[in-house]
Design a protein around this ligand. Structure first.
Ligand code: NAX
Length: 328
């Protein structure tokens, strides 16, 4: 059997952690032939709860689970890690301004980036789930100068999957027949789910893109505000669907995207589509040989351009704010 892959999950005692860990241990993320060693990082007050989750993981007797460590020390939790899922973050509290939120998260993602830099395996791949995910990824990458920036990514796969499902419902086709959607920009309400290159049952989604009222007043806001709708319905934020998206993101990053299709991920911009270099921005991406590649050469219509620019402007404002706070 191959050597186990070390997978660190932060915020392991939280609700996404609980939905995520069992699936990683079952092989859903890295495939049925790859054993995993789980390394759970929590804050001291939540270590006991994480240990409870570790006990349950043990009780599943997963054949692929080679071991579990629980820690409140980032240096140990990231030691030798190959895949790091940064889920734990500071939520926005009552009366918290954006600057306060960015600063509080800088206090988490800066040191975690540094610990990854100093202790992780050479091939480490990082997915930031904790919000504000794009800018938290930017902060972590800035603290890991020895790790290629392209190894830091932010999760927009849940938005992508939500968009796939909305289109499948609207078109009355199975979700597997919807391809080539793209989420652009920030994982926030400004994100832009783009259907202009999408295919439904093998044909361009012209009928959907021609219906501008549905597109701009229903589809885009439904996808962008789905998180709030889930909170309203469930009384708690998305957890299983977020965990599933994290599994999908890492699975495709490591094992590749299907031929002829693409997905969406927040990756460090190299200036593609006019997005300023260095921003962690969601793009349409493919993955091969363990690397994300932005899908290039797509024609961007005026409607899309305006919506992409608005979300990118928000990312730039977040970067300016964290620069002013000395976090990057
Ligand atoms: P929970 O509050 O249930 O769990 C968060 C856990 O993180 C807690 O157990 C907490 O003790 C831990 N934590 C806090 N600071 C930590 C630190 N410095 N080191 C290690 N652990 C730490 O939140 P949950 O519902 O699991 O959501 C986690 C994050 O995912 C939130 O920031 C949330 O906003 C974000 N989300 C991101 C999504 C995305 O698509 N990118 C979608 C789902 C989700 O909203």
């Amino acid at each position: 059997m191959t050597a186990p892959v070390n997978v660190t999950v932060t915020g392991a005692a939280g609700q996404i952690g609980y939905a995520l860990l069992f699936r990683i241990a079952s092989g859903a993320m890295l495939g049925p032939d790859t054993p995993v060693r789980l390394k759970l990082l929590e804050i001291p007050q939540a270590v006991k709860a994480a240990e409870g989750t570790a006990m349950e993981l043990d009780d599943c007797a997963f054949p692929l689970l080679a071991g579990i460590d629980v820690d409140d020390d980032a240096a140990r939790a990231f030691d030798g890690t190959n895949v790091a899922l940064l889920v734990g973050a500071r939520p926005r509290g009552p009366g918290m301004e954006r600057g306060d939120l960015l600063e509080a998260n800088g206090g988490i993602f800066g040191p975690q980036g540094r610990a990854i830099n100093d202790h992780a395996a050479d091939d480490v791949r990082v997915l930031v789930v904790g919000n504000p995910a794009n800018t938290n990824a930017l902060i972590a990458a800035a603290h890991a100068p020895d790790v290629p920036a392209a190894r830091f990514t932010a999760m927009t796969r849940l938005d992508h999957n939500r968009a796939l499902s909305q289109v499948a419902h609207k078109a009355g086709v199975p979700v597997a027949q919807v391809r080539r959607l793209a989420i652009w920009g920030n994982h926030s309400a400004t994100q832009y789910p783009d259907l202009f290159h999408a295919e439904v049952a093998g044909a361009p989604a012209d009928a959907l893109t021609a219906d501008t009222a549905w597109l701009t007043q229903e589809f885009v806001p439904t996808v962008a505000k789905r998180g709030a709708a889930i909170i309203d319905a469930r009384g708690a934020s998305s957890a299983a669907s977020a965990a599933n998206a994290a599994i999908d993101h890492v699975h495709d990053w490591v094992l590749g995207t299907p031929e002829g299709d693409w997905t969406s991920a927040g990756v460090v911009s190299r200036g593609e589509y006019g997005v300023p270099e260095g921003l962690v921005c969601s793009f349409p991406v493919t993955s091969s040989d363990g690397e994300w590649h932005v899908v290039e050469g797509l024609e961007i219509d005026d409607l899309s351009r305006g919506l992409i620019d608005a979300s990118v402007a928000e990312l730039e404002a977040e970067r300016t704010a964290v620069r002013e706070l000395g976090l990057v």
